[in-house]
Write a protein that binds this ligand. Structure first.
Ligand code: FES
Length: 496
């Protein structure tokens, strides 16, 4: 027996027929590319709720369809995605290789595939200039918020790897198509694509099983530069158009970090500096005149809203700033949750006002404000513990690298904050809650989406790929999961 399912919100109206007993989340995933289901359908995050007239709010991953239904989906809008490139980016002469002769006005596409978002930079290769930037929610989000959920999806679902690859290829083709319609350009004028991203995303794009990334000893199937004909993946650009993947360092320090760090003009910095990118994971690099150390920690889910009861990504409706009861909402409307930067402000306020003690205990849920339905947006004890775990993971990783290099925080000349979260967070509050090193704020530099800058440099300058490989060869990777001193460090830094 089949049932009719009507999927609706202000942007979508679709009618599908599905078998009796089908899982509702699976049905939505097939129709809506960016539906938010951070726990991957495990029934633990509660974020996949939809409204069914007659049944009320239901958790879609736990709902099985046994009648005709209308499903009201939450309204989704584009994320607050950071795409800007900043003053510290290197300037390199253009050097395109052979592809420039494939079209009279050749275009290239630089792609930064993050776990949560994808940013596309369209580059006119005659001039080397970025002519358009398109950002979307990573369509793989419907398989889980973090890379482990997606790796498991690829490993345990029939044709899961095909699906993970397909949605990325569709996203790339979609961005090219969108640009071509707006600017009256032919997709075959695109002659080169440069891709950066975390190691799992690059495996998914090439349809290479990422399961070894999820289990000790965390060995990816490849980290080197890959070059292939884009059409071999189903990307419909010029028939000889090339796709270049930048090099990764390890399972959890990906090509986005290598490209981002390589894009920084280090001659403007000198001395000792930290490069910190907190996304779904926290990735940190310590650069000294003698050594370069890098590590990664599981940090992000709390700061991306996935494990926090009132948490949400930096979407419209998210409280992104909070100060003693006043707050700013992305998009300016009514608040519906709190994103990472707002979460740091809330915890800092709780510490300042004595609601939260150094041990992280609270006696009552902290009321942030009333939401659109006049129920309270609150932070509970479990949420605070999630923040403690995340901030300790990042800070402890930084501390371990500092001690391995024989440095103290006073020796740091700069801390570079890369990525969207690093750009939007209030540094003073991040220091207050113990996420970032306690050094003068003037030493912090928010460098924007350095991974995107690296992807554009790789598109425009063949020599930049060599520079990334050289940089990678100098980086010492610190595996924190086998570091004997990390557990104690982590426990100590749980305190505020
Ligand atoms: S509870 Fe359904 S996706 Fe998390």
């Amino acid at each position: 027996m089949k049932h009719k399912v009507v999927l609706k919100n202000s942007a979508i109206s679709k009618v599908v027929e599905i078998e009796d007993g089908s899982n509702l989340l699976q049905c939505i995933r097939e129709q809506v590319s960016d539906f938010y289901a951070p726990c991957g359908g495990n029934g633990t995050c509660g974020k996949c709720r939809v409204y069914i007239p007659g049944d009320g709010h239901v958790t879609s991953c736990l709902y099985h369809v046994n009648k005709n239904i209308e499903v009201i989906l939450p309204h989704r809008v584009e994320m607050q995605v950071l795409s800007s490139q900043y003053k510290l980016t290197k300037v390199l002469p253009q050097d395109l290789g052979a592809v420039v002769n494939m079209s009279t006005i050749p275009y290239g596409l630089a792609v930064d595939i993050g776990t949560t978002t994808i940013v596309f930079y369209v580059v006119n290769l005659l001039f080397g200039s970025v002519v358009d930037i398109i950002s979307i929610v990573n369509p793989q989000s419907k398989y889980g918020a973090d890379v482990i959920s997606r790796i498991n999806y690829g490993a345990t679902t029939p044709a899961g790897l095909d699906e993970l690859q397909k949605v990325l290829v569709q996203a790339i083709n979609g961005a090219i198509a969108k640009f071509c319609v707006s600017y009256d350009v032919n997709p075959t004028d695109f002659v080169k694509i440069s891709v950066v991203g975390n190691t799992t995303m690059l495996h998914n794009l090439l349809r290479i099983d990422a399961l070894p990334i999820a289990h000790a000893p965390f060995t990816p199937q490849f980290t080197e530069v890959k070059r292939l004909i884009a059409r071999s993946l189903g990307i419909t650009i010029h028939e000889r158009g090339e796709l270049v993947l930048s090099p990764s360092l390890s399972a959890y320090v990906g090509a986005d970090i290598v490209a981002g760090l390589a894009s920084v003009d280090m001659s403007k910095l000198g001395g000792n500096f930290l490069f910190v990118d907190i996304g779904t994971n926290g990735e940190m690099v310590l650069v000294t005149p003698d050594r370069i150390l890098a590590c990664a920690t599981a940090a992000g889910p709390a700061f991306e809203g996935a494990n926090i009861s009132c948490g949400m990504p930096a979407l419209a409706g998210a409280i992104s700033e909070f100060d003693q009861g006043s707050f700013k909402v992305i998009g300016g409307g009514e608040p519906v949750g709190v994103c990472g930067s707002g979460l740091i402000d809330v915890v800092a306020t709780m510490l300042e006002t004595g609601v939260l003690g150094p041990d992280g205990n609270i006696s009552d849920d902290f009321v942030i404000c009333k939401d659109v339905d006049f129920s309270a947006i609150t932070l509970n004890q479990k949420d605070v513990r999630e923040v403690q775990l995340a901030k300790s993971a990042v800070f402890s990783g930084i501390n371990r690298m500092m001690s391995m290099a024989g440095l103290s925080f006073g020796d740091l000349d700069h801390v570079l904050l890369a990525g969207g979260f690093g750009n939007y967070l209030r540094i003073s509050n991040a220091i207050k809650i113990g996420l970032l090193p306690p050094i003068p704020i003037e030493k912090y530099i928010q460098v924007g989406n350095s991974a995107g800058s690296g992807a554009v440099l790789a598109l425009n300058t063949e020599n930049f790929i060599t520079q990334m490989e050289e940089l990678k060869s100098k980086i010492e990777y610190v595996e924190l999961s086998t570091d004997s001193e990390f557990p104690l460090e982590f426990a100590m830094n749980m305190f505020f």
